[in-house]
Design a protein around this ligand. Structure first.
Ligand SMILES: Nc1c(C(=O)O)ncn1[C@@H]1O[C@H](COP(=O)(O)O)[C@@H](O)[C@H]1O
Length: 164
């Protein structure tokens, strides 16, 4: 797993998280930000998690977006292994609607933060935007693209409701 020199790593606990996490990937695509996407699980593939976190800085990752559902320990465990900022995405679950994922990711102990997004697809899309905002601090071309994206979204919001 030492093939990438991309700024953003998207990781998720399972293939089943991809429909949610693809929202983050789509946002990065829309803003022209390279990324890698990997399945990494603290529970099922702890050695993969360890290796990913250990090599993240040397591989040039600047932000990690980590999504998981249920007992969602992946984002926090990744934050414990690397100083690369971790943005957590609570994946929606059937049993507890993603509140389990949210609480698992949100309540980190002092010293090892995870920037936690909202549950589900909107949270994943916002994770992409959050990563873009972080990278834009050092990249004026990206900053301009992000400003344009935000202005276009604002302009698309109607001023009055319709009955359609
Ligand atoms: N929460 C975690 C972790 C982890 O935190 O390491 N690894 C897998 N999972 C989650 O298990 C859920 C069900 O996974 P399956 O659909 O594969 O059974 C997924 O949402 C995944 O993120």
């Amino acid at each position: 797993m030492s093939n990438a020199s991309v700024p953003v790593g998207i990781i998720m606990g399972s293939q089943s998280d991809w429909p949610t996490m693809k929202e983050a990937a789509d946002m990065l695509d829309a803003l022209g930000i390279p990324y890698e996407a990997k399945i990494v699980s603290a529970h099922r593939t702890p050695d993969r998690l360890w290796e990913y976190g250990k090599t993240a800085v040397d591989r040039g990752l600047q932000v990690i977006i980590a999504g998981a559902g249920g007992a969602a320990h992946l984002p926090g465990m990744m934050a414990s292994k690397t100083r690369v900022p971790v943005i957590g995405v609570p994946v929606q679950t059937k049993a507890l609607s993603g509140v389990d994922s949210l609480y698992s990711i949100l309540q980190m102990p002092r010293g090892f933060p995870v920037a936690t997004m909202a549950i589900g697809a909107a949270g994943a899309a916002n994770a992409g935007l959050m990563a873009a905002g972080i990278l834009a601090l050092q990249d004026s071309d990206l900053a301009a693209r992000l400003d344009t994206w935000r202005a276009e979204l604002s302009a698309s919001i109607p001023q009055e409701p319709t009955n359609d």
